[in-house]
Design a protein. Structure first.
Length: 269
């Protein structure tokens, strides 16, 4: 678990970007106690921040925000790519050079080479935002089933995102009046949470699972679904199910720190 956050302000905004990033980091520090960092571009009014819980490559080489070697791309990432080693080898074959052992750098290089088309190739749990300085674009995405959180708001002053609603609330101008329709929908349908993309607040939304956002100069340009679940062509047998489960567990045990597992005894476990 890590914490990510950031803003993209419209031209002429009077908001204090560095102060907003500092507030986001302070509120989300419990998500990433190992280190924290931020990046701010005063000219473009864009900034990113990160609270890190180090799992892969806990050295300073894996710190975030992380920059591409050419300085064009900057990323903040919460989650884990289970197939990052396979992707890393593919990217090396296309000329990519890596300076860390982290999956974050794999994301950076994947975007540099494949652009938005990289999304279907990612296997894991993730929420990330990548900024392209040359194109002045924020590219945001959430994993297929929404394991990792991503909340955002669009106001008269620009666009902001975070891992948690309290961190987003440090941004002035967000409508935090209650969204009574969303709350009622949760209660009427006996749900444990308000369904995405809504939240309990009028001005705060969640990025839907399997969706991505493109933001430019404080405004959302495109919000799209990049993944649709499809039935598998092969017959589902107990043997195939076991192989899939074993492969999934094997991939999720990759870490550079000790890994533990707990079973709740519930249906999901």
């Amino acid at each position: 678990m890590c914490g990510i956050g950031g803003v993209s302000l419209i031209s002429g905004s009077n908001l204090d970007g560095p102060m907003i990033l500092s507030g986001m980091k302070r509120i989300q520090r419990h998500r990433g106690p190992d280190s924290e960092g931020d990046w701010w571009d005063d000219l473009r009014g864009v900034g990113l921040c990160h609270n890190r819980l180090a799992i892969l490559d806990p050295s300073s080489a894996g710190a975030q925000p992380m920059y591409s070697a050419d300085g064009r791309f900057i990323i903040v990432f919460n989650g884990e790519l289970y197939n990052y080693r396979d992707l890393r080898e593919q990217l090396k074959g296309k000329g990519a050079v890596f300076h860390s052992e982290s999956d974050t750098e794999v994301l950076l290089e994947a975007y540099r080479i494949w652009g938005e088309e990289m999304l279907p190739l990612l296997r894991g749990m993730f929420a990330f935002t990548l900024y392209d300085i040359q194109e002045d674009i924020l590219f945001c995405a959430r994993d297929r089933l929404g394991e990792k959180p991503f909340v955002y708001a669009e106001t008269a002053q620009g666009f902001a995102f975070a891992s948690e609603i309290p961190a987003l609330c440090v941004v002035p101008g967000i409508d935090t009046s209650f969204n009574h329709s969303a709350i009622a929908a949760m209660m009427l349908h006996n749900m444990r949470h308000i369904p995405d993309p809504y939240s309990a607040y009028q001005g705060i939304h969640r990025l839907k699972p399997g969706h991505a956002l493109r933001v430019r100069r404080g405004r959302i340009e495109h919000n799209w679904r990049y993944w649709d679940p499809k039935p598998i062509a092969e017959e589902t047998t107990s043997e195939r199910l076991r192989l899939l489960l074993e492969d999934t567990v094997r991939l999720q045990l990759q870490a550079d720190v000790p890994v533990g597992a707990m079973l709740s005894g519930g249906v999901d476990s």
